[in-house]
Ligand binder design. Structure first.
Ligand SMILES: *[C@@H]1O[C@H](CO)[C@@H](O)[C@H](O)[C@H]1NC(C)=O
Length: 451
């Protein structure tokens, strides 16, 4: 009698303990949900009891960083984190039946996962890090998340570069399910998302996140409707570096070119100075070429700015050439006249010098002086020659000065007039150009940033 009793008692204990352990283990829950690696039905079918019920996929995207904006390739590389929720109507349980288990983490490969992709995605597949697990909640909610370095195409409008704001869309869509079977939605609002991204964002580089707007809509084309969820990310460039290394130096070069009108024409420095300025500008143009793509639809303002400055300095170099040519013409004719006068004078002086000894002998006076002079002939001659040279030099100088003051050549006067008129026009052009550029380009930026 005792043996069956003890057996029954043992069986009772075993039964109680086994029922307790089975209720609290994941195993019983998995068995209850028929979640086994061999159950492929759960991975194949969209998890709804009635096929006309659409699956609502809720998606949240948070931006962690803007890593790169490639103006040439028109792509934006960002670091994003997405989380998706949907309901699996077959996988529900009552937590109180299973010791209060209220979340079950299982491999991703065991469940149906909606095929949500990003339309603008051009990144390598290697950069996507799908979490290998999904979380399952008692009401059938499935949640999965993924980190991704996303390189997305974005039509960059560089007209206002570097004072530009770009808007890039990140659009989520299911390629295989139509809008009446898989619907996309979002759990958060635009403002929440923007503030969250702003808090989390670590790297922004030269960009500043302005806001993220959410568009949720159904797109119909060729009788096929797709549910789309678009995040419109607005980012603003921080322009100070470009201002410091590009715009200000270019403007400074233009001012230097204006100032070079004060350089004296005769020194010949003016032209070479202007050509140096032209060269510096072309170096900056080379840098610009590396920064911007050759989009032909609308020339960026910065390219217009560079081209106009280059053209202005180019024209001013041409003008300096014309002026120096005219002055050269004047100087040439003047020199010709001077040099002919000099030869005449030389002959005269030489003639008088040859006559001198004869006159001394004819007069016959001061013989000892003459002997004395004859004895020191070489030094005396040198002295005379020196004096002669100096007199000639003084005469030339006087002649040149007199000519310059009294009779400026007509070419030189023409050159001066051209110089003054050109300077006035040039100054006006530079001033109006600067004002235009400021209004169109920079003021617009400050107006935008104010809003
Ligand atoms: C982004 O998508 C929204 C919604 O379709 C659209 O209105 C907007 O123009 C798009 N923006 C860009 C920059 O393509």
């Amino acid at each position: 009698m005792s043996a069956p009793r003890t057996l029954a008692f043992l069986a009772l204990i075993a039964g109680i303990s086994s029922s307790q352990t089975s209720d609290c283990s994941y195993l019983s829950l998995l068995n209850n949900l028929t979640l086994a690696p061999t159950n492929e039905l759960l991975t194949i079918m969209r998890p709804v009891r009635n096929w006309t019920n659409p699956s609502l996929v809720q998606l949240d995207m948070v931006m962690y960083g803007i890593l790169d904006v490639d103006e040439k390739a028109q792509t934006v590389t960002s670091h994003i984190w997405t989380q998706m929720f949907w309901r699996n109507e077959f996988l529900t349980w009552n937590p109180s039946d299973f010791c209060g288990i209220n979340v079950l983490v299982i491999p991703r490969s065991m469940l149906w996962i909606p095929d949500i992709t990003i339309l603008e995605d051009t990144s390598d597949t290697g950069s996507v890090q799908d979490s290998p697990l999904v979380s399952l909640y008692p009401n059938g909610l499935v949640s999965t998340s993924k980190h991704q370095v996303l390189t997305s195409t974005c039509h960059l409008n560089l007209f206002q570069f570097p004072f530009d704001t770009q808007q890039c869309n990140i659009t989520f869509v299911s390629f295989n399910y139509e809008a009446d079977t898989v619907k996309l939605g979002t759990g958060s609002t635009s403002t929440n998302l923007t503030s969250l991204s702003e808090q989390l964002m670590v790297t922004q580089g030269e960009w500043q996140l302005k806001n993220i707007e959410i568009f949720n809509y159904t797109f119909i084309k060729d009788n096929i409707s797709r549910s789309k969820l678009a995040y419109m990310v607005s980012i603003k460039r921080k322009p100070m570096l470009y201002v410091a290394i590009f715009i200000v130096p270019l403007f400074y070069l233009l001012v230097l070119d204006l100032a070079s009108f004060c350089i004296n024409e005769s020194s010949g420095e003016k032209l070479s100075f202007k050509v140096t300025i032209l060269l510096s500008i072309s170096v900056l143009l080379l840098i610009l070429k590396d920064m911007l793509p050759s989009t032909e639809e609308k020339l960026p303002l910065i390219a217009t700015y560079c081209t106009v400055i280059f053209a202005l300095v180019g024209v001013s170099v041409l003008e300096a050439m014309v002026v120096s040519f005219l002055i050269g013409l004047d100087g040439y004719s003047g020199k010709e006249a001077q040099s002919s006068g000099n030869t005449h004078m030389d002959i005269q002086l030489e003639a008088t010098y040859h006559k001198e000894p004869a006159t001394y002998e004819e007069q016959g006076i001061a013989k000892p002086e003459k002997r004395h002079l004859a004895m020191d002939w070489p030094s005396g001659l040198n002295l005379l020659r020196q004096i002669l040279e100096e007199v000639k030099a003084a005469r030339q100088e006087a002649g040149r000065q007199g000519k310059g003051e009294l009779k400026p050549g007509r070419y030189k006067r023409l050159a001066q007039i051209i110089d003054y008129v050109f300077f006035a026009l040039y100054f006006l052009t530079v001033a109006s150009f600067s004002v235009c550029m400021y209004i169109v380009w920079i003021q617009g930026y400050f107006r935008n940033s104010g809003n």
